[in-house]
Design a protein around this ligand. Sequence first.
Ligand SMILES: NC(=O)N[C@@H](CC(=O)O)C(=O)O
Ligand SMILES: [Zn+2]
Length: 425
Amino acid sequence: MLVRDGMIAAIGAGVADDATDTDTDTEVIDGGGGVLLPGFVDMHTHLREPGREDTETIASGSAAAALGGYTAVFAMANTDPVADSVVVTDHVHAVGRQVGLVDVHPVGAVTVGLGGTQLAEMGTMAAGTAGVRMFSDDGKCVHDPLVMRRALEYARGLDVLIAQHAEEPRLTVGAVAHEGPTAARLGLTGWPRSAEESIVARDAILARDAGGRVHICHASTAGTVEILKWARAQGISISAEVTPHHLLLDDSRLETYDAVNKVNPPLREASDCRALREALAEGVIDCVATDHAPHAAQEKCCEFANARPGMLGLQTALPIVVETMVTPGLLDWRGVARVMSERPAQITRLPDQGRPIAVGEPANLTIVDPETSWVVRGDELASRSANTPYEEMTMTATVVATVLRGRITARDGHAAVPADGMETL
Ligand SMILES: NC(=O)N[C@@H](CC(=O)O)C(=O)O
Ligand SMILES: [Zn+2]
């Protein structure tokens, strides 16, 4: 493949020889017989800047994304200050561009300060230079049904997406783990499946009547899959993501009380993992999103009940999708391209991501070696935090290179130096 001016210029054997006559500054990537995929798009990343740069910055998170094979990420709004104004969303966007390792799309908050009562100025954020196209109070649920209805009505008019963290807060008071036999035995307060499912069902119905598009963040239960099937059958505009950790891990991980496994929604039961995998294979769940959630060591080493929920995800997503979906034959590599790149780009209406690999298309690409294994070590990841539940686990499949508009952003485990000599990595 020959890439020129950020676009795919030619495909086929021998095109590298064509390049040498006319092109100066040519770089050759030897894919080594790997798999060439469109660059991944993550609909759910927490970059922590502004406010918690000790745990992640836009630069360090962008490096983790590039190393994970991503060319675009959506940065959630639960920063400090909250991304509930155009000042913050345009700032995040500008820093993302300056870093230049991945397209950083800020997510705008649905409500002011994530407070759940007063709608944020969605239209102003959508009209800013960041062109915000997704709104979410993620970390918190837009719980008030009237607020959610109004948000969906505005979303329809603006042609943007509302991404819901589906959690009925009255059902999760004090909850720290999936409500089931494991939590009961360990003495942990349970987060029932119904807390998620009741909101998913409600929001499907609100979206039906308001005509807006709703997206379900981190679907975690078999029941959510059934509701999505029903809603789809009604023609409701609803999409959903699943995280790598909800595909792979179940609540048996909690036996050690290690808070690295604490996450919202919680790790569920093996039967939920199976249902989520099947739903992803069938397209009932549209895509994989990481919910990359960096936290400082001191926020994770305390008692399980007091630890912050969330885990790293950007650099381990691909091998987990391979392990849970490709190896058992639930998805082929075309399917991986669909769930990691094409569907997230379609849902968020990104024009130049998740495109077919063809002449004239933007060169947003990921080259994957599906055979090579590596061992996860939190302190070797690009993130400023190390809260990975996969410490010392062997992962198979590595990202050989990531290419953003023709520029190599990661190669053989090294991220490119951010543009403008930024030193925040
Ligand atoms: N998933 C989590 O457990 N935590 C996320 C918030 C969220 O995605 O709900 C975070 O911001 O830390
Ligand atoms: Zn969430």
